[in-house]
Design a protein around this ligand. Structure first.
Ligand code: SAM
Length: 236
C-alpha cells in the first residue's frame, strides 16, 4: 500500500470516529410524551428540541450537530462568553441554544413561519441556565436589513450558520446578509453540506467577498466547517 493511500485511510477513520462521536450527542427519549422531542447533549446540558416536521427548516440537520460539537470542543479558542452572536437560518435553534449555554449573547434568526417553534425551543432550553437570555428575531435574507439590523448598530463577534446553502433561490441574498452583518472583526463560522454543483458554486462566490478558511472536513457527511472574515476591509 503506498503512503498516500495510507493517509487517506487514516483520514477516513478519523472522520468516522469524530462523526460517530458527534452523532452520539443525539438521542430519542425513552418515554413517549404529549409533545414529541429529540434530545441532544451539549455544553453539559440535556437539550430538548421539538421539530415541526411539515416545515423544511424545522428539523435538526447534521450540520447543526457539527457546529454545536465544534463550539463545545473549541470553547477556549472560540470563546463564546459575553460575545455578541447572531445565527442565521437557525431552524429549530439548537446551535443558538448551545452558544447561549456557552455564555454568548445570542440573537437567533429565521423566516417568520419558524419563529414560534424557534422561540419555544430556545425558551425551554435556556431559561435559568444562561447568563444572557437569547433573543429571537425575524431575518429573511436580504429583506429590510437596514431597517431591522442597521449597520451602525451591528456589533457581532460571531455569525453562525449551519446548512444554509442548498437549492433555494436566495443565495445572493444570503451573501448580502452575511456581508451586511459583518464588521471588521466579525468571525463567521459556517458549516456547509455539499449536495449539488450549483449550490457548491456558492463557495466560490462567497470567496469573492470573504477570506475563507476550511477548519474541518467530514467526508462521510459531505460537510465542511469554514471560518470566514470580511476581505479587504482596510482598502474598502
Ligand atoms: C436546512 S435548514 C437548516 C436549519 C438549521 N440551521 C440546522 O442546521 O438544523 C435551512 C434554514 O434556513 C432557513 N432559510 C431558508 N431560506 C431562508 C431565507 N430566505 N431567509 C432566512 N432563512 C432562510 C430555513 O428556514 C431553515 O431554518
Amino acid at each position: 500500500m503506498d503512503s498516500e493511500t495510507q493517509i487517506e485511510i487514516r483520514e477516513g477513520d478519523d472522520d468516522k470516529q469524530i462523526v460517530t462521536e458527534i452523532m452520539a450527542r443525539s438521542f430519542i427519549p425513552a418515554l413517549i410524551t404529549t409533545v414529541s422531542w429529540e434530545g441532544f447533549h451539549f455544553a453539559g446540558y440535556e437539550i430538548q428540541i421539538t421539530e415541526a416536521k411539515d416545515c423544511y427548516g424545522a428539523v435538526v440537520w447534521p450540520s447543526a450537530l457539527v457546529l454545536c460539537y465544534f463550539l463545545e470542543t473549541n470553547a477556549k479558542q472560540y470563546n463564546m462568553v459575553d460575545k455578541n452572536v447572531i445565527e442565521i437560518g437557525a431552524g429549530t435553534g439548537l446551535v443558538s441554544i448551545v452558544a447561549s449555554l456557552l455564555g454568548a449573547r445570542v440573537t437567533a434568526t429565521d423566516v417568520p413561519e419558524l419563529l414560534g417553534n424557534l422561540q419555544y425551543n430556545i425558551s425551554r432550553n435556556t431559561k435559568l441556565k444562561c447568563k444572557h437570555l437569547p433573543q429571537v428575531k425575524e431575518l429573511s435574507w436580504g429583506v429590510a436589513l437596514d431597517r431591522n439590523f442597521p449597520k451602525s448598530s451591528n456589533n457581532f463577534d460571531y455569525i453562525l450558520a449551519a446548512d444554509v446553502v442548498y437549492a433555494h433561490p436566495f443565495l445572493e441574498e444570503l451573501l448580502m446578509t452575511f456581508d451586511h452583518l459583518c464588521r471588521e472583526t466579525t468571525i463567521i463560522l459556517w458549516v456547509m453540506r455539499f449536495r449539488l454543483e450549483k449550490e457548491n458554486k456558492f463557495v466560490d462566490r462567497f470567496k469573492e467577498v470573504f477570506d475563507l478558511e476550511e477548519i474541518s472536513s467530514f467526508p462521510s457527511l459531505n460537510i465542511k466547517l469554514y471560518k470566514a472574515m470580511k476581505k479587504n476591509w482596510r482598502s474598502a
